[in-house]
Each structure stands twice: as C-alpha cells, then as structure tokens.
Design a protein around this ligand. Structure first.
Ligand code: IMP
Length: 446
C-alpha cells in the first residue's frame, strides 16, 4: 500500500505528525511540492523538531527521504536543516547523503528569489494593505514563476558551471530591470551575475552527494512494491488551481501534485493508494484571504483562547494564525478535489471544555443557501456560514484511549456527523503533539 498525505484546509493541520507516525510503515517518504514555506513540527520523546524542507520521515532510522521534482528547493535551508538534525542526534553526516536524495529536476530558490518575494510583499503591503497575499517571504512564488516562465535553475544545473552561467544570465536579466525601475528605492539592489554564480556553484559542490534522479528511485520502489508515503505541504485551499485564488501558494498542494511533482502516472500505484486528508477539529489560516468561518471578530475571546491552547503560531514565520470553526463545506470540497479516502482529525483536545462546538454545513450568499465552495473569490468573501451546533466535551485522558468507545460520547457524535457529511471515515484522531497521543482507528498502510 502507498499513502498520500494532504492538508485538507489552509495548511498547518498537523501533517508533520501524521507523516512521522505513518513513516514507520513506509520505506520511502517523498516531498513533492512547496518548499521551506512549510513548517512541520514533530514531537518525539518530548523533543521538538521543526522541519521545513526535509521530509518528516527522517526521524525514522533507515527510511529513504526524497525531495522530488515538484519542490522548490533552497539549498541553504537544506544544509541548515541537516546540520540541526545532526547536532540534535537524529542523523549522522554519513547517513544524511545516503538517506536523503534531491531530484535533479527540482527548481532552486536562490537569494534573489527570497529578496524579490520580500520586496514585493513589502510593496504590496504599502500600496494595497488589504489585498497583499501575506507570503512567507521564502522566495516560493518567484522560484515557481521562473519555473513556468522556463528560466528556472534546476538542482542538476548547479553541477554544470557553463550551463549554470547561461541559465543564470537568463534568470537575472529581467529581474535586474525590475529591481532598478520598481524596487531600487526600497532596497532592491542589482543582482551580480558573478557573485550569484559563485554562490550557486559552491552550493552545488556541497549538494553533489545528495543529487539523484528521484523519479528512477521511485519507480524502483514501485516495481519492488516497497511502500511509499507522499508528504504534502500546505493545504488544499492554498492550491494554485483549487484554492482560494489568488490567496494561495504557488504549487499544486492537492493530491494531483503528488503525480506531477514526483514523476509517476495516474495508474502507477494502481489500487494500492490511500489519500489521507489532515484536518483540524477547527480551522486556522495564516496570511490574507477569505475565511468564511473565521471567529476573530465575532468571538474574539474564544479565538484568543483556542490560539493559545492550540499553539496556533506559524512554525515558519511565527505569525499568529487566524482561527475559525470547522468548515464542512470546505472539507467536503477537499475530499472531492483530492480523492480523500480517510480523514485524520487533529487537535480535538483543544476544543475540550467548551459548552458548544459549531460546524459550518452550508453558506448563505445573496439570500440563497449554497452547499459548495464558490469558485469566485468575490462570492467567497461574501458568504455567511450556516452552523450546526453540538454539545462540547469534557477533558479526557487521550493517552489512555484505545478505541472510539473510549472517547467522550459528545466527541463521538461530532465525529459521526463529520463522517456522514463528507462521506469518508475518520481513520486517525490526534489528541496531542506526541506520537502516543494518537488513536489510529484504521492504518492506511493496511
Ligand atoms: P508563499 O507560499 O510563501 O508564497 O505564501 C502564500 C500563502 O500561503 C500565504 O498566505 C502563506 O501564509 C500561505 N502558506 C504558505 N505555506 C504555508 C504553510 O505551510 N502553512 C500555512 N500557510 C502557508
């Protein structure tokens, strides 16, 4: 069996924990989109590790971790992450290059991508304070732009000095014009080709032992029926095609991205694939954009409480996450877009002790009731959520729960309702950050 993990909301659902848990059953773990805009927080044996780029399976000895072609890859962050894993004792330096492989085809984030991302964000914030995206500033958008504009630098190019020089010239040319005419007054210095080339070549020399044709490694795993875990980043509602465009990230976060982002075909895994959608028992969003069930303005005290109890501050940027009730219209949409076969419901413990718990089951728009996520951003900005209200549940000892019947009856009623509404079962309940604070109701690896 193979498993694809996707975020079913706006990211930060707890994918890292689920990937870490399920990695035990996989041999190869693959990151297939996004970059170090992700922040996967893992707590193992009471020790916290935050990963942005390296797959969360790395904490399981012996597992192979691939960074596939769909990722935008920042080599500097990659080396920092390896260093911190080595210092923390999770990895040895020798182990690193045998266990982690980076696709030659992945596109590279260079310092000028980061700079451009930050300049644009600062500019947009000044000129359109309500409409800027609120990116992570990690250069994700500019690197994907270069990729689709066919002027990107790929990991394999870092090992070929002549080709790299030619490609860098192409990548820098337009940016320097932009920096000179639009951003010069805001700190947009010109990019020096020779300097950029030397930086990139030095990164390439360090990267050489990690570079591989990841697709070939994956095909071999498929041919030998070795279980693969595909690790998605961000969430469905941030997908560049299916998310709340333009308030999205620049990659295909939905499960389709696992195919294009790793070089396997629609039928390559046959029937042996499960798609697990990770969803919190409430919803959060960082950055700008519509959020129908947001309670920051309607129930500000509750929002502040849930943010505190749930630790809802970005693992990548430290930004406070916006809080809202569970949105089943959006979750059902995520089930359809991804072909989700099971839900992992995270952080239901954060809601414990509330008198009432709400879930959104429809939207009202212009006097009508609608049951689908509108495609137009304007409509989405104007919908009003319609709620079903459930009695809350008391605190319980999550670590001792072995089956559904060990959970509070009110929580089980809430879970039953979610399953009926979205049409797929809850296969995992997480009730705390640690590996042991998990109830695995059905192992997707079989
Ligand atoms: P970018 O991916 O840095 O370009 O940011 C685009 C949007 O996606 C912004 O609203 C970010 O806050 C959001 N975003 C990107 N990565 C994550 C993530 O891992 N979790 C939650 N939101 C994210």
């Amino acid at each position: 069996m193979n498993v694809v993990i996707v975020g079913a909301q706006w990211g930060d659902e707890g994918k890292g924990k689920v990937v870490d848990l399920l990695s035990e059953h996989a041999e190869t773990i693959v990151r297939y989109q996004g970059g170090n805009n992700a922040g996967h927080t893992l707590v193992v044996g009471g020790k916290k590790t935050v990963l942005h780029l390296i797959p969360s399976g790395i904490l399981h000895a012996g597992k192979v971790c691939l960074i596939a072609n769909g990722v935008v890859f920042d080599p500097e962050v990659f080396f920092e992450e390896i260093e911190s894993l080595v210092v923390g004792g999770a990895l040895t330096q020798d182990d690193a290059s045998s266990r982690i492989k980076v696709s030659e085809r992945a596109h590279v984030i260079l310092p000028f991508h980061r700079k451009l991302d930050q300049l644009r964000e600062a500019y947009a914030k000044r000129s359109q304070p309500d409409a800027h995206i609120g990116t992570t500033g990690r250069g994700i958008g500019p690197a994907y732009e270069d990729k689709v504009a066919r002027r990107g630098i790929q990991v394999g190019d870092l090992l070929r000095p002549d080709l790299l020089r030619r490609k860098l010239e192409g990548a820098i040319f337009e940016k320097n014009a932009l920096l000179k005419h639009l951003y010069a007054a805001h700190g947009g210095e010109q990019i020096d080709l020779e300097e950029a080339l030397q930086v990139a070549l030095a990164l390439g020399r360090r990267l050489r032992p990690f570079v591989a044709d990841a697709r070939v490694l994956l095909q071999s795993a498929i041919a030998h029926r070795r279980p693969i875990l595909f690790e998605g980043a961000q969430g469905t509602l941030l997908d560049v095609d299916h998310g709340t465009y333009p308030y999205v990230t620049s990659s295909s976060t939905a499960s389709g991205g696992a195919l294009t982002g790793s070089g396997i075909g629609l039928t390559s895994l046959g029937r042996s694939v499960e798609v697990i959608g990770i969803a919190k028992a409430y919803v959060t969003r960082v950055g700008s954009g519509p959020f129908p069930t947001e309670i920051e303005h309607t129930e500000p005290e509750l929002a502040a409480k849930l943010r505190k109890v749930g630790g809802e501050f970005g693992a990548t940027t430290g930004r406070a996450r916006r809080i809202g009730w569970l949105d089943l219209v959006a979750l059902k949409y995520a089930v359809e877009v991804n072909g989700i076969t099971g839900i992992a419901l995270m952080k239901s413990d954060v809601l414990q002790g509330l008198d009432a718990v709400k879930v959104c089951t429809a939207y009202r728009l212009g006097g009508n009731t609608i049951y689908d996520l509108p495609a137009s951003i304007e409509d989405l900005e104007n919908v009003e959520p319609a709620y079903e209200v459930f009695p809350g549940w008391d605190a319980y000892d999550a670590a001792k729960a072995r089956s559904r019947s060990d959970l509070p009856a009110e929580m089980v009623a809430y879970m039953d309702f979610i399953e009926r509404f979205v049409g797929v079962p809850i296969v995992l309940m997480s009730t705390g950050p640690g590996r042991h604070e998990t109830l695995l109701l059905k192992n997707p690896f079989g």
